[in-house]
Design a protein around this ligand. Structure first.
Ligand SMILES: Cc1cc2nc3c(=O)[nH]c(=O)nc-3n(C[C@H](O)[C@H](O)[C@H](O)COP(=O)(O)OP(=O)(O)OC[C@H]3O[C@@H](n4cnc5c(N)ncnc54)[C@H](O)[C@@H]3O)c2cc1C
Length: 471
């Protein structure tokens, strides 16, 4: 009997992270990637966060990635006039080691480090022992399901296996196939309550030669009306930059815009004079970019991530605004959760039944759906604040934020940077923290809405007092 086999569609962050995990657990797999090369240069930076770094360390990728990345110690924010308005010092220390400002001894063991997204994908590929399982120029066109197996049709043949994992990004073809199969089966439950991704912002991003005068290990942000910027130095005198623009209207599903090169050029020209910080102008970054792209920023978590023997990981299931650098890190954590669950199942059943597989997927959906939703909502709130969307958010970001100690955000930071887990069957990562690994959202974490309400109450009262005392 053939070994239990997982067919992974998509050879990027989620797909190759999963491939590494399956390989090291001794589970057979193939990766089908439609592009003719793995890890094409797209120009996007990638913030490696502690929860992603821990798993990459377990897989044996972290040391190589650490050498390629620039650790961040400080994040400075600039207002509409490019004047300094916020500074988060010691963020690197907070993440990496024990920090005296906290009453508890929190530390996560890893800093936040910036590198190219392409380098992460390349490193995951290089780390695989058996490259023959990776099929490039292999585009999936149809999925067939029986009760016992799956068959995936591609332009270079048919692949048979036990499961299909759709790691094929936000425009997932696998997701469309799931819907087609459910519809053909007349399975209405698949569609009930199913959400679509929404889109409120678009992002232009690129990698450029860094302007003179940047401070080592310091990332910076720019806050302007209906747009915000995030820039981080990289190795080799490079700067990774992201410019987020509020769309005229909120769109969803098929209504989400797609952009052309002309759209990108036009938007860059419109905002070329935006000064992010003294000496750094958007127009100059754009002109000097090795590559720059404009994309819509989908957000949200689809309510259903599986159908029978097909399941989604990464951007095909959840989309997070890149302002918090969570998308890829969360995809890696999700792949780890799924791999451990699958291994548990294979230890109980040599050839798991469809019912057992659906139970595994349902647990994955519940667990990772919750944390992904929190991360996606937090990123959206952060985006709204940094793009000064309302007078209150503008007042808060430009006048209040600077007075809030890092401690104020402890729970939120832990949610963001400690939302992952460890692979149960691999040796622990080389570095460890004092914080228990795992999502911190279940206990006592407030929703973004209640967070804003609390802030509103906290600042409404003093603002009212000031207003009436001046009136
Ligand atoms: C500007 C920007 C900055 C970001 N910064 C960060 C960051 O700092 N940190 C972070 O964690 N995340 C970041 N992200 C998010 C991160 O890049 C994504 O979350 C991550 O790439 C998702 O990986 P994925 O493997 O799920 O999907 P993708 O990276 O989209 O990969 C999907 C793969 O599937 C393949 N594919 C698609 N269709 C088919 C098919 N029919 N057959 C075969 N193959 C197919 C594609 O070619 C592709 O290789 C950022 C995103 C953007 C846009």
């Amino acid at each position: 009997m053939a070994a239990f086999r997982v067919i992974i569609v998509g050879g990027s962050v989620a797909g190759l992270a999963l491939a590494n995990m399956l390989e090291q657990y001794g589970i057979d797999f193939v990766v089908l990637e439609k592009h003719k090369s793995i890890a094409p240069h797209l120009g996007a930076g990638f913030a490696m966060l502690p929860h992603g770094a821990r798993i990459l360390d377990q897989l044996g990728c972290y040391n190589a990635l650490e050498k390629l990345s620039t650790p961040i110690d400080t994040v400075v924010g600039y207002d509409e006039n490019a004047e300094k308005c916020t500074k988060i010092s010691n963020i690197g220390v907070f993440l990496e080691q024990r920090l005296a400002i906290f009453p508890l001894q929190d530390f996560l063991g890893y800093k936040m480090g910036f590198l190219e997204r392409q380098q992460v994908v390349q490193c995951l590929f290089d780390n695989l022992r058996d490259k023959s399982k990776i099929h490039i120029s292999c585009c999936v066109s149809r999925i067939h399901l029986t009760d016992e197996q799956v068959m995936v049709e591609t332009n270079s043949g048919i692949f048979e296996g036990d499961l299909v994992v759709g790691a094929d990004g936000v425009h997932s073809y696998v997701r469309r196939e799931m819907a087609r199969l459910a519809s053909a089966d007349g399975d209405e439950s698949f569609f009930q309550g199913q959400r679509e991704f929404e889109c409120c912002y678009s992002a232009m991003f690129g990698t450029s030669v860094a302007p003179e005068g940047l401070i080592e290990n310091q990332a910076f942000k720019g806050f302007k009306s209906d747009r915000s910027f995030l820039c981080s130095p990289g190795k080799g005198r490079l700067i990774y930059w992201l410019a987020m623009f509020k769309n005229r209207e909120k769109t969803s599903g098929d209504g989400i815009p797609r952009y052309t090169r002309d759209d990108c050029d036009r938007l860059a020209a419109n905002f070329a004079d935006d000064i992010i910080k003294p000496g750094v102008r958007l127009g100059d970054l754009y002109r000097d970019a090795r590559k720059a792209t404009l994309v819509p920023l989908e957000q949200g978590v689809l309510s259903t991530c599986f159908y029978k023997r097909i399941v989604l990981v990464g951007d095909s299931w959840h989309k997070i605004n890149p302002i918090t650098g969570q998308g890829g890190n969360t995809a890696i954590s999700g792949a780890a959760y799924l791999t451990d669950g699958l291994m548990d199942l294979l230890e109980r059943e040599k050839r798991p039944t469809r019912a057992s597989i659906e139970k595994l997927f349902s647990d994955y959906q519940q667990n990772r759906g919750l944390i992904s939703k929190t991360l996606s909502e937090n990123a959206h709130i952060m985006q709204r604040i940094e793009a000064l969307e309302t007078p209150f958010l503008k007042f808060f970001q430009l006048n209040v934020m600077r007075f809030l100690p890092l401690k104020f955000f402890r729970k939120r930071l832990l949610t963001s940077f400690n939302s992952g887990l460890l692979l149960k069957r691999l040796p622990p990562p080389s570095r460890s923290g004092t914080v228990q690994v795992g999502p911190h959202t279940q206990k006592g974490d407030s929703s973004p809405l209640s967070f804003l309400v609390k802030l509103w109450i906290l600042f409404l009262i003093p603002m009212t007092v000031v207003y009436y005392s001046l009136a």
